[in-house]
Design a binder for this molecule. Structure first.
Ligand code: NAD
Length: 479
């Protein structure tokens, strides 16, 4: 029997084709999952529409909604180990990272519980004989579509604020990682979320995802994934005239000025690209190094990259697990071959590791490439793997020109002891998040999203709740 999923308030096996997920560390089958047909997607959407409109949900007081979100957070915290294991056996991230992501999912629900209870609306200054109020109301049903790299954090980041804002949610997880979403639904059920407010529809984007976002009950789409898919989602949203929040790809610049603390900068560069095997939207995949320290930095990185411990994700000493699938490793390998053909010099990695079963496990060595310009394809396209390209720069003007010469604008890291210079660069570089003398520092309280083709809209923070609401102005006559 395939694993069932929650749709329209009950768990069903689904009449669509069965979906398999594979453990990328061993090649073994992880799960066989039921998927919905188009009709089952439609039934789920209609049920969500009704659940969203139910007076008990619509009129629930903010403090009651907050209490519910706190109960979900409690259950998430209790189930942290289960959630971490479920993510690990589907995307291969190290157990340590999966545990941290499970803890962050619980924290996200707590944060939105607090936001829900404390956020206020405006009363704009009156320009006549009336009082003006601003109401923020839910869209109704939100379609949340997520990628495979960090389902634990991404799904909490969408489901928590969308529920806090008063919507029903239908979550379409990646076809590579479905189990964490199903567990989240079980947890929400245990915590007392009324039936039909969170459904999870497993399956491929081209069929289940497309059927979902085209249904008339969907009032808003929250998508995280690749830029090409995001463009398709935006086209559907434009045709249907519904809002779409898009968190997309990146090719983020990590920058080292000659005056930087090189020990700290090099450690941060390695974490910034190799943590999670580079399968992070904010991975610092283009390293710009000021010419005076370029060769010294490459030598430090070469030595340090060789000490990274790659191995089975469940092992305590493992820092880097496998890539998320064999197909993804093929893609990463083809990019490294391309870098070689473009004249790149492989400083570290560039092959599969010795001593691990690379026939069954999607392992690959962290790879550093030098000798290419920012115009090379490997410096322009998102690889989403453990591949760092090192590019020299001369001065601030040269750096800003090169760093901004990309279609992406998600994140950026700047290392310099000169704070004024770091600030100038932070203002000049086109990115939704900039780190100065740190990298990948993320907070649920701070808005997150992309410039340019890295996305539209901002998740997290107070903005992350407003993303799931529409504004209504009410005028009350006083004369
Ligand atoms: P993807 O775009 O292939 O898939 C993402 C999701 O969209 C999956 O659930 C997929 O099934 C679904 N989908 C695909 N086609 C669809 C369609 N036509 N209609 C509806 N849904 C559809 O991305 P991926 O390979 O799963 O994830 C990697 C990408 O995600 C990278 O580009 C990465 O940068 C990006 N990402 C961005 C962020 C961010 O916050 N900006 C975070 C994580 C990952």
């Amino acid at each position: 029997m395939p694993v069932s999923f929650p749709a329209a308030g009950r768990w069903i096996a689904g009449s669509g084709p069965t979906l398999q997920t594979i453990n990328p560390a061993t090649g073994a089958l992880t799960a066989e999952l039921g998927t919905p047909t188009d009709t089952e997607v439609a039934v789920t959407c209609e049920a969500a529409r009704q659940a969203a409109q139910h007076p008990a949900w619509r009129r629930m007081k903010p403090h009651q909604r907050a209490a519910l979100l706190h109960r979900i957070a409690d259950e998430l915290a209790r189930s942290g180990e289960t959630l971490a294991q479920l993510q690990m056996v589907e995307n291969g991230k190290s157990l340590k990272e999966c545990r941290a992501q499970a803890a962050s999912a619980a924290a996200t629900f707590r944060y939105y519980a607090a936001v829900c209870e404390t956020i206020e609306a405006a009363t704009p200054p009156s320009r006549g004989e009336y009082v003006n109020f601003t109401l923020h109301q839910p869209y109704g049903v939100v379609a949340a579509i997520t990628p495979w790299n960090s389902p634990l954090t991404m799904e909490a980041q969408k489901v928590a604020p969308a529920l806090a804002a008063g919507n029903a949610v239908i979550l379409k997880p990646s076809e590579i990682t479905t189990l964490p979403a199903l567990e989240l639904a079980r947890i929400c059920e245990r915590a007392g979320l009324p039936a039909g407010l969170l459904s999870v529809l497993p399956g491929h984007g081209r069929d289940v995802g497309a059927a979902l976002i085209n249904h008339s009950a969907i009032g808003m789409i929250s998508f995280t994934g690749g830029t090409a898919t995001g463009r398709m989602i935006a086209e559907t949203a434009a045709r249907r005239l519904i809002p779409a929040a898009l968190e997309l790809g990146g090719k983020s610049p990590h920058i080292i000025f000659a005056d930087a603390d090189l020990d700290a900068a090099c450690a941060s560069v390695l974490d910034g690209i190799f943590e999670g095997m580079g399968q992070s939207c904010v991975a610092g995949s283009r390293l710009f190094v000021q010419r005076g320290v370029h060769d010294a930095v490459i030598e430090r990185l070469r030595v340090a990259a060789q000490t990274l411990r790659i191995g089975p994700p469940e092992a305590a000493e493992t820092q880097l697990g496998p890539l998320a699938s064999m197909a993804h490793r093929d893609r990463v390998e083809s990019y490294v071959a391309l870098a070689r053909s473009e004249g790149g010099r492989i400083v570290a990695g560039g092959s599969r590791p010795d001593g691990l079963d690379c026939e069954r496990g999607a392992y690959y060595l962290p790879t550093i490439i030098a000798g290419l310009s920012n115009a090379a394809r490997v410096c322009r396209e998102e690889i989403f793997g453990p591949v760092l390209c090192v590019i020299p720069f001369d001065d601030e003007a040269d750096l800003v020109r090169q760093a901004n010469d990309t279609v992406y604008g998600l994140a950026c890291g700047i290392w310099s002891q000169d704070f004024r210079r770091a600030w100038r660069m932070a203002e000049a570089i086109e990115a939704g998040t900039v780190w100065i003398n740190t990298y990948k520092q993320l907070s649920i309280a701070a808005p997150f999203g992309g410039f340019k083709e890295s996305g539209l809209g901002r998740e997290k923070g107070l903005t992350g709740l407003r993303l799931y609401q529409q504004v209504k102005s009410i005028y009350v006559a006083t004369a």
